[in-house]
Design a protein around this ligand. Structure first.
Ligand code: ADP
Length: 233
């Protein structure tokens, strides 16, 4: 369970990015964060991985208040809460297999666990036949699925995705969404910031709409279009 309780974020330049955010996200949920550019979606993600600190309020992950973590405890948080970015951040000189294995090597995982876990997550995202390819040989959708595999290999309970389909056409984007759906079915909670109206509508998941730093709507099985249509009427 993730809980934001009266969360405010003001950046040093005085921008109020989030104001009085209150939300509960049960374990295993799949939630879209939508809203115009500058609404505060990325800031919510940055607070959850402690890339930024809250100005006021509390954020709980499984009853632990992450706003109270000391800096040295943050790496442990990041093993539980993984993140996928729009620009993938892959290692160009490593193969698909090595990119995923590396995420485990740096945490000191044994060869035995690496040999079990890497094929499992590559299969989960549909890249089992690309294990020897290099990132430059992958399509955009494959590159993004690789970044999801890499984020999932250490078995985090939460996966945050900031516009993961931002650079992809809508058919390719759906292959990425299929991968995320499988990751979600394996038990991970997924929070995804997105501008992609068609994807949000097709997935029929929970949709939280932000505007100017506030949550203005939160609907199950929601659709991007209807929320905004309702707003303008
Ligand atoms: P979104 O992801 O919905 O586009 P953001 O969370 O990136 O929105 O931004 C929310 C607001 O905070 C915007 O007004 C943005 O300009 C501002 N902002 C984001 N990051 C910073 C930063 N590091 N310093 C100052 N202002 C920021």
């Amino acid at each position: 369970m993730i809980t934001f309780k009266n969360v405010y974020k003001e950046y040093p330049n005085g921008v109020q990015a989030l104001m009085d955010i209150n939300i509960e996200i049960p374990r295993g949920d799949f939630v879209f964060f939508v809203g115009p550019s500058g609404a505060g979606k990325s800031t919510m993600i940055k607070l959850l991985i402690r890339e930024e600190k809250t100005t006021r309020g509390n954020i709980f992950i499984d009853d632990k208040d992450i706003t109270k973590l000391m800096d040295f405890q943050v790496p442990k948080l990041r093993r539980k809460v993984a993140v996928v970015f729009q620009d993938y951040r892959l290692l160009p000189k490593k193969t698909v297999w090595e990119n995923v294995a590396y995420a485990l090597e740096i945490t000191g995982e044994s060869r035995r666990v690496i040999r079990q876990r890497v094929p499992y997550v590559l299969d989960l995202v549909g890249l089992q036949d690309k294990d020897k390819s290099y990132p430059s040989e992958l399509s955009g959708g494959e590159g993004q699925r690789l970044s999801i595999a890499r984020a999932m290999v250490s078995n985090p309970s939460v996966l945050l995705c900031d516009e993961p389909t931002g650079n992809l056409d809508s058919e390719t984007a759906m292959t990425v969404m299929e991968a995320l759906k499988r990751v979600n079915e394996e038990g991970a909670t997924i929070l995804m910031a997105s501008h992609a109206r068609d994807i949000v509508n097709r997935m029929k998941k929970r949709v939280v709409t932000l505007e100017k730093g506030r949550i203005i709507s939160d609907v199950q099985g929601g659709s991007y279009y209807e929320v905004h249509k309702a707003d303008s009427e």
